[in-house]
Structures are given as structure tokens and as C-alpha cells.
Design a binder for this molecule. Structure first.
Ligand code: NDP
Length: 251
């Protein structure tokens, strides 16, 4: 956990970083912070109006001109990921960072009643979509001199909990996949793949999962961003296949 990390202003200068789910919540805060620290950010998400707002905020703050990439993991196909890789290759020729942040909660419900279509949908958005997108982007990540791939996990991706269904399983799958891919790229030395658990954070998803909780007791997305900066920046070089937390566990 690097919650006290103070990122230098030019931490990500010259880097091209893709953030999924960049229109809201933690992804929005991460995209803004990456741009503030010098990165050209590619804003990926499904609600274009939200991405445009983030785009405008980055421009207004004088950050490097970002790019918007509309994509819905629910309907996206392998061809969409290939086309995306081609577009990014033409535009940038490489990718220095990839934050897999987009996520779907599904429903907290006993497994006995879990709707199979919803289960598939959650696995698609939280796991299958992101890994096939990663496969398509690997050549661009390998073209970078120092690339960081971050997958977003959750405490229920490390210890299962009743009623969390596909969401928990998708995060376990994510943690396992990170270990597999990390070993495969270890020899490159220039590409690292890690997982990051944000911990309880004041967003719409958290509110949906815990409707009775007072949001004021939670850290905001901005407060947990230091770890997102550290893990994306050069100071985390050498860490590969590890699990990180963005904040200390709550007591
Ligand atoms: P939010 O619901 O606030 O944001 C999720 C983002 O993902 C939104 O921008 C959303 O887009 C996008 N998204 C959802 N479905 C899709 C899709 N089908 N295709 C493309 N984009 C999609 O959630 P958080 O910011 O809280 O969560 C961010 C990540 O952190 C998730 O992976 C979540 O599992 C994880 N996490 C969060 C915790 C918390 O306490 N908040 C705790 C542990 C883990 P749109 O805005 O259009 O809906």
C-alpha cells in the first residue's frame, strides 16, 4: 500500500496510458491523475458523455491531449480488440500503461438464485473482455521500454464471501490470470503485470453494494490514487505478478 506516496509532477511524462471505465468512480480519478502527471491518457468506457467530461477536465487543466475510446465490454468482440490495437498502433506505436478498472457488480444474491445470464455478463465485463483486450494489446505493451499493466481486484477476489457470486469469482480469476501472464512476461524485464485492490472507496458501485453505509466513512477515489500512480510509474519497476492494496484494511 502506497497511500502516502508523493508522485513527482512529471512521473508519467511522455507515457501513453489506457484506462478502462475512465468515465466514473476510481477510473475517472486515475485518468485525471495520470494526465496531471504528464501521461497521454486513452479514456475507454461505455458512456461517451462521461468520457467527454473527463476529456474536457484534462484539457482545461492543461494536460496532454487525451483520446476517447468508446467500448462496451458486454458486446465487444475479438475483432473490436484487434481494431483497437491497430488504431492505437497507428496513433502511438506503443502502450506504456494499461489500467483495467471497468467493472460490473452484478447482484448480491444467493447462488441458488443467481441468474445465469447476469453471471455471464459479469464474467464478460470483469474478466473475459479485459483479458482478450490485453492479448490484442500485448504487442503494443512489448513495444514500450517500461510498461505497467494493472488489473483491479477486490477483497472478495482473495477470500470468497456469501452472495458475491460472479463478481467475486471474476476477481479470483483476475488474480490468477495476473500470476500466469506475469510469469510469461518476466523475461522481458520491460513489462510488469500486477493486481490492485482499491479497498472500500466512495463510488456508485460501493453504494449499490452497501446501500445502508454512510459514504462519508469511506475514502474518496482521489485519496486512494497514490498507489495507482506508484504502480503505473517507473518506481514500481521490478514488481511483477504481485498483489497490491491501495489503502490499509479497515478495522
Ligand atoms: P463505478 O461503478 O463507479 O465505475 C465503474 C466504471 O466501469 C464506470 O466508468 C463504468 O462505466 C465502467 N463500466 C461498467 N461496465 C462497463 C462495460 N460493460 N464496458 C465498459 N465500461 C464499463 O465503480 P468503481 O469506481 O467503484 O470501481 C472501479 C473498479 O474497482 C471495479 O473494477 C471494481 O470492481 C473495483 N473495486 C471497487 C471498490 C469500491 O469500494 N468502490 C472495492 C473493490 C474493488 P459507466 O460510467 O458508463 O457506467
Amino acid at each position: 500500500c502506497q497511500i502516502d506516496y508523493q508522485a513527482p509532477a512529471d512521473l508519467l511524462a511522455g507515457r501513453v496510458i489506457l484506462v478502462t471505465g475512465a468515465g466514473d468512480g476510481i477510473g475517472r480519478a486515475a485518468a485525471l491523475a495520470y494526465a496531471r502527471h504528464g501521461a497521454t491518457v486513452i479514456l475507454l468506457g461505455r458512456t461517451i458523455a462521461k468520457l467527454e467530461k473527463v476529456y474536457d477536465e484534462i484539457e482545461a487543466a492543461g494536460g496532454p491531449q487525451p483520446a476517447i475510446f468508446p467500448l462496451n465490454f458486454e458486446g465487444a468482440t475479438l475483432k473490436d480488440y484487434q481494431d483497437m490495437a491497430e488504431t492505437l498502433d497507428k496513433e502511438f506505436g506503443r502502450l506504456d500503461g494499461l489500467l483495467h478498472n471497468a467493472g460490473l457488480l452484478g447482484r448480491l444474491t444467493p447462488f441458488e438464485q443467481y441468474n445465469p445470464e447476469l453471471w455471464e455478463q459479469v464474467m464478460q465485463v470483469n474478466f473475459n473482455g479485459p483479458i482478450w483486450m490485453t492479448q490484442a494489446l500485448l504487442p503494443l505493451l512489448k513495444a514500450s521500454q517500461d510498461a505497467s499493466v494493472i488489473f483491479t481486484s477486490s477483497s472478495v477476489g482473495r477470500k470468497g464471501r456469501a452472495y458475491w457470486g460472479a463478481y467475486a469469482v471474476s476477481k479470483f480469476a483476475t488474480e490468477g490470470f495476473v500470476e500466469v501472464l506475469a510469469e510469461e512476461v518476466e523475461h522481458l524485464g520491460s513489462l510488469r503485470v500486477n493486481s490492485l485492490n482499491p479497498g472500500a472507496t466512495r463510488t456508485q458501485m460501493r453504494k449499490t453494494a452497501y446501500p445502508a453505509e454512510n459514504p462519508d466513512t469511506l475514502r474518496t477515489p482521489n485519496e486512494i490514487i497514490p498507489t495507482y500512480l506508484w504502480l503505473m510509474g517507473p518506481e514500481s519497476r521490478g514488481h511483477n505478478g504481485e498483489r497490491f492494496d491501495a489503502q490499509p484494511p479497515r478495522t
